[in-house]
Design a protein around this ligand. Sequence first.
Ligand code: AMP
Length: 122
Amino acid sequence: MSYDDQNVFAKILRGEIPCDKVHEDDWALAFKDISPQAPIHILVIPKGPYVSMDDFSANASEAEVAGFFRAVGRVARDAGAAPDGYRFLANHGDDAHQEVPHFHVHIFAGRDLGGMIRRPKN
Ligand code: AMP
């Protein structure tokens, strides 16, 4: 899948649409999810044009990978989430219901997050 530079997170990175920013550095931008699923729900995205975790893990440089994951940990710590715990999650592709085709990590915290995966009803 090639990168679509009209996706909503690409527009946020270019400053074309606003976000509720909590962190920015050379490698990552972090902002609050527009539809939070927990008291703390932050998205962390790399600055580079990567479609998903699959693309990022295969094609990003060592510096991009290190810088990005350092930022994820820092954002969780700065949000106060580390002592009580948090979950970070990245959806890749259709089975995971990835909606936005720019790699992003969700950080959830601020309440008991329950079991890891809820099975769909069928
Ligand atoms: P995913 O299903 O992993 O692709 O998640 C995409 C996430 O992006 C969802 O949790 C949305 O609520 C969130 N989202 C979509 N548009 C925006 C936006 N403009 N600002 C902040 N979060 C957004």
